[in-house]
Design a protein around this ligand. Structure first.
Ligand SMILES: C[S@@+](CC[C@H](N)C(=O)[O-])C[C@H]1O[C@@H](n2cnc3c(N)ncnc32)[C@H](O)[C@@H]1O
Length: 273
């Protein structure tokens, strides 16, 4: 994949982002497993992992469905899929099929899957409706589309409040919108699911609080470290903003009285009647 294609997806697909996604799955894995359980993902099923990235959730899904089940893992990043293929080979996992494809062009046979999972993917797409529609078509009757994505991203807050933190969150939001994404995507998803013939079974928020020194605190730390230079490159922040943020974040990181409220992530479950 060329540098240009990698940049089309706003967070990029470089090595630092790959490592960050692995860490992110460790701190958000419990929430993914809880969603899969409520979605009824089970041994023997065929599950589509939409925008699987380097496959950290894919590998857990592969273990969940077991040798009789199958995971179809789709992403447009060859680099991420190569990482997944190495993991599959070294761990001897044989029930995952990888597809190098833009998810907007998905066209799986009707009724061919039991479920689909999409975490932090649809919010980056200009045209998520085509993906929801393709998933709805591919699900068998009774099949489930389980999504984890953002709504009200700007609610991410540092306490006590910090003006530079708020400025950075607004710049992140603006950068996604500049590339056609929608940081409030989960708010539109129930309507999209209904338009595609899915019944919305559940809409549930996940709001988490991280305190300095915890693993969850390092989640925004790694994100800001990788992404603020991109925001400066895009002209959404100045180098002076970057310096001010770094110093502010370091001070908060050393203050046990501070806390960080994660941007609200929503679980949305759609069922094919
Ligand atoms: C934030 S990552 C999330 C990865 C994975 N779902 C997870 O939760 O770990 C977003 C992923 O979406 C992929 N992506 C973004 N736009 C895409 C598109 N149009 N087609 C296929 N994959 C896409 C990126 O390559 C990246 O792997």
């Amino acid at each position: 994949m060329t540098k240009h294609e990698e940049r089309e997806y706003v967070l990029g697909t470089n090595d630092e982002e790959l490592v960050r996604l692995g860490f992110q799955h460790r701190v958000w894995g419990e929430q993914a497993f809880a969603l899969w359980e409520r979605a009824g993902f089970a041994p023997g099923q065929t599950i589509l992992d939409v925008g699987c990235g380097p496959g950290f959730a894919t590998l857990d899904l592969a273990r969940l469905v077991g040798p009789q089940g199958r995971i179809i893992a789709v992403d447009h990043s060859a680099r991420f899929l190569d990482h997944l293929k190495v993991q599959l080979a070294t761990q001897g996992v044989k029930n995952v099929e990888t597809l190098l494809q833009d998810v907007k062009t998905l066209n799986l046979p009707s009724g061919s899957i039991d479920g689909a999972f999409a975490r932090w993917v649809l919010c980056y797409l200009g045209d998520a409706q085509s993906v929801v529609s393709a998933v709805a078509k591919a699900l068998r009757p009774g099949g489930i589309f389980a999504v984890q994505d953002y709504f009200n991203y700007r609610a991410a807050t540092l306490a006590p409040k910090s003006a530079i933190f708020t400025k950075v969150i607004e710049a992140v939001d603006a950068s996604w919108r500049a590339r056609g994404g929608d940081s409030d995507f989960a708010g539109r998803l129930p309507g999209m699911m209904q338009q595609c013939g899915l019944e919305v079974r559940e809409v549930r928020p996940i709001l988490r609080v991280a305190r300095p020194g915890s693993a969850l605190w390092d989640w925004p730390t790694t994100f800001f470290r990788n992404y603020i230079p991109v925001l400066v490159e895009m002209g959404l922040l100045t180098p002076a903003d970057q310096e001010e943020f770094n110093s502010d974040w370091s001070q908060h990181s050393a203050d046990s009285a501070t806390f960080f409220c994660t941007p609200p992530v929503f679980d949305v479950i759609g069922v094919k009647p």
